[in-house]
Design a protein around this ligand. Sequence first.
Ligand code: MSP
Length: 512
Amino acid sequence: MSFYITCAIDYPNSQPHIGTAYEKIAADTIARYKRLVGEDVFFLMGLDEHSQNVYKRAQELGVDPQAFTDKMEGEFRAAWAAVNVEFDDFIRTTEDRHRVAVEAMVQRAEAAGDLYEGFYKGYYCVSCEAYYGERDLVEGNCPIHETPPEFREEVNVFFRLSAYQDRLKAHYEEHPEFVQPDYRRNELLALLDSGLEDISVSRASDGWGIPMPGHEGQSVYVWFDALTNYLSATGFPEETATYEKYWPADLHLVGKDITRFHAIIWPAMLMSAGVPLPGMVFGHGWVLTGGGRMSKSKGNVVDPLAMAERFGADTLRYFLLREAPFGRDLEFDIEKFVGRYNADLANDLGNLLQRTVGMAIKYQDGALGGHTEGDLTGLSATAREVEAEYREAMERYDLQGALKAIWKLVAAGNLAVDRHAPWALAKDPEKAAELDAVLSELVALLGKLTVLVHPFMPERSVAMAQALGLDDDPTVWSIDDLHDASRAPRQVHKSEPLFPRLDIEEVIEGDA
Ligand code: MSP
């Protein structure tokens, strides 16, 4: 089965931060999980370059906008690599393959009779790249950026969005999964009920943007341009093998601020062009600092590269996905981060690994007989239950739920160590078989945990595999083999602690 997953393509006017990284980490985790269950995954990310803020920023710096975004591409790629995000394709909206797709979408909308020229008058937030009616503003400011919008009056090309209201509603009703979580779907249903207005899909050209075919002097509105990226990466409008295999996309993962563009404008554009609709738009929450959205314009950003360098990328990934139910906002706070790290990673998972491997080395030179049939510890049965819970959560993109399920297994492992006290068994030569069974079962459990945590912690899971003497190439791992006893570790190795404890005082002093 194929699985096509996309993230929002970022505006490259400023560097990525933990808020923008959050979405990519979540998508990467889902992509890795889908690979573990044997799906043929296509994971797309990229840059949304034709934003007016990008153009402005390049002007401020006195550089050519294309040269500026070329440089920013390097910074984005470096940040994604630093947080262990691995995509299959990276699209830039300044690429030719993208322009061709956008032109095709404009031409199809035109052919469907959905474009007309009109006069636009109203408010525009350049950071959102969105038009707002007077009633949408909060004390005269953009509701998202809390900055004053520009008043604009110009001749534009309009898209007949209003004509799609009923079809969109019908689609939401027939496919309740189209917008997730349900609370976001309800927000959008309310928006649909309040009535859709036609939208402007062009603006007077300033030389930055894709020229609007058939409308001289106009550039394609940046959202009409940007949304099309999901198609351009498949080779659209050509019906390439990639298009045939992966379109329609299964999941567009985007922030809650831009869910409406993906769940209203995008499906209407696709309907107009006669292209099948994606399976799901999932609107995730925001990473907040001090209660507000982390954003460059607010100046409260945390650098993912610095975090990854200091604490490890997988640690950051774990915190972000564990901290809140996926879909809801989460507060990024260094004390909480250190607390969770010490409790869940250093104590629970790290200690289980360190203790178990340490005992296997001390009592049996690291060799395990692999006797697991009796399920003396009950860990094998617990692992089956947890695997089912984990899969069910992952299929719903309940990433926090999946982590909680894994940690039940970690807790069961630690409990089994205490209960079966291998150090006591080791004192009695007659209990050698029992000792080997307990250690084999514990080590087998760690092998399962390695696979289950892999989507969340791609790098630490490989280190776990190495300590356990397992094949350390995750591309050969599969959840279907989870309970296959013949794959359980037989020879473990001494390793450095995977999650050394952090001292909160030192961390805070380091920040000062
Ligand atoms: N370029 C548009 C998306 C076009 S998709 C066809 C855009 N870019 S953005 O750079 O402003 O945001 C990129 C993604 O990051 C969006 O999904 C946005 O919601 C998300 N986030 C930006 N700040 C965020 C947080 N503080 N927290 C979580 N996600 C955040 O919008």
